[in-house]
Design a protein around this ligand. Structure first.
Ligand code: ADP
Length: 414
């Protein structure tokens, strides 16, 4: 039975909901009436995993997430040192009237750790410690809870298993925003699918997730079967984006580096991508946490495609993207020059509004492949805004150029 993830998980899918194999848990209702519940799995005095749920406001959700995030990897003693202020420092914009959410999160987390210690104590007091624990039915015993759990909780193994099924993982990067990176990611994914490939698209552009809108699925909601998050589909592509979890397109996302890493990990690990040929990953512009996280999480990405416009201000930033790929030993599949000239639909004359050819020259200077150039077309804007497939709309020459770009990508991957 599928559940509506948006309702169940409220805003963030992160560390949210009961933790399988937890050996400590607690539920506390704060003075404001919000209830928070925490689950922890503790091994060798260390919090290996923590998760939470709350029926409270956005701030409760944020504080719960931060407390769970902060707890992971920390010793039991150190969790007891957590204070309300630690959460508030990480959360930044929590208004005065919601600061109690941070206290609720800290207290519930500590109570879950306390519950673990209590169970552990009872287990140690067990009269028959040498007996086979599987025959014992004491609910409170910590060992009962741990038996089944940590094969499942081996996150890295899960991640590896999930990624093994994806033949090619391609990052789409750009030095600057607004150069058409997401547009190219959507088109590359769609053209790959039209070539008979099974394709997923993952939007980790946390601060400006536009893929759901471009693919016309922004009103849809990912579902879960209780185990995995099921990607949304437009009938062709498997799609996942942080955009699905924001209440409105105007919601800002204020996360620091490690939180982004956690979210990206969850999207790679918990989304049921299945056996697919390509996962196209739309990263935010620049060389920040998100592309870095993707590279760290995916052991062997197939490579990166760098999108730029032809003018110098954009090209200068692309150099940074190229150096970024080199420093991570990430293969550059090639550079695409987007918004490369405007062909007047009436007279056919081409105006090079943003100049032309800058990307090709830069690619040749850096000895990286140049994949092709896509002109400015009014239909691309209309299709992007209305969520309609671009391929049917663009001029024949642009469609041909897109196909040429994709065939080069196919030839450079498996
Ligand atoms: P980025 O991901 O780099 O921020 P987007 O893909 O979101 O950029 O594109 C920004 C805007 O530019 C969108 O409205 C998109 O429709 C438009 N756009 C992108 N490429 C083209 C193009 N070749 N011709 C016309 N409009 C384009």
């Amino acid at each position: 039975m599928f559940t509506n993830l948006k309702e169940q998980y409220r805003k963030l899918p992160l560390n949210f909901g009961p933790l399988k194999g937890a050996n400590g848990s607690a539920r506390i209702t704060g003075p404001c009436g919000d209830t928070m519940e925490f689950w922890v799995y503790i091994d060798d005095d260390k919090i290996c995993a923590a998760s939470y749920t709350t029926d409270g406001c956005e701030h409760s959700i944020q504080c719960g997430f931060i407390a769970a995030y902060m707890a992971e990897g920390v010793t039991v003693d150190n969790v007891y040192r957590f204070e309300q202020n630690d959460i508030l420092c990480m959360a930044k914009d929590i208004p005065e009237e919601s600061k109690h959410c941070a206290l609720l999160a800290v207290n519930t987390l500590k109570a879950a750790v306390g519950d673990y210690q209590e169970r552990n104590k009872k287990q140690n007091e067990c009269n028959s410690p040498d007996e086979d624990c599987s025959k014992c039915d004491k609910e409170e015993c910590a060992s009962r809870k741990t038996e089944s759990s940590f094969i499942e909780k081996d996150e890295n193994l899960q991640l590896r298993r999930r990624l093994e099924k994806i033949k090619n993982k391609i990052l789409v990067l750009s030095g600057k925003g607004g150069v058409g990176k997401s547009t190219m990611a959507v088109n590359i994914a769609s053209v790959l699918a039209s070539e008979g490939k099974k394709v997923g698209i993952l939007d980790v552009d946390i601060h400006g997730p536009s893929i759901p809108m471009m693919l016309g699925v922004d009103k849809l909601t990912p579902m879960t079967d209780g185990e995995d998050i099921l990607p949304v589909t437009d009938g062709v592509l498997k799609i996942m984006s942080i955009g699905f979890f924001l209440r409105s397109n105007d919601d800002p996302v204020i996360w620091r580096g490690p939180m982004k890493m956690n979210m990206i990990k969850q999207f790679l690990k918990d989304v049921r991508w299945g056996d697919i040929d390509y996962l196209v990953i739309d990263c935010p512009p620049g060389t920040g946490d998100e592309p870095l996280s993707v590279c760290q999480l995916i052991e062997a990405p197939s490579g990166a495609i760098i999108v730029t416009t032809p003018q110098n201000v954009a090209i200068n930033d692309v150099r940074k993207s190229i150096n970024f790929c080199h420093s991570l030993q990430l293969k550059i599949l090639g550079v695409i020059e987007n918004m490369s000239g405007f062909k007047c639909p009436n007279c056919g004359e081409v105006s090079n509004i943003f100049k032309e050819g800058g990307a090709e020259k830069m690619a040749s200077d850096f000895k990286v492949p140049f994949l092709g150039r896509i002109p400015i077309e009014g239909e691309i804007v209309i299709s992007g805004d209305s969520g309609k497939s671009l391929m049917n709309k663009v001029s024949a020459s642009t469609a041909e150029e897109l196909k040429k770009i994709v065939s080069q990508i196919i030839s450079k991957t498996n």
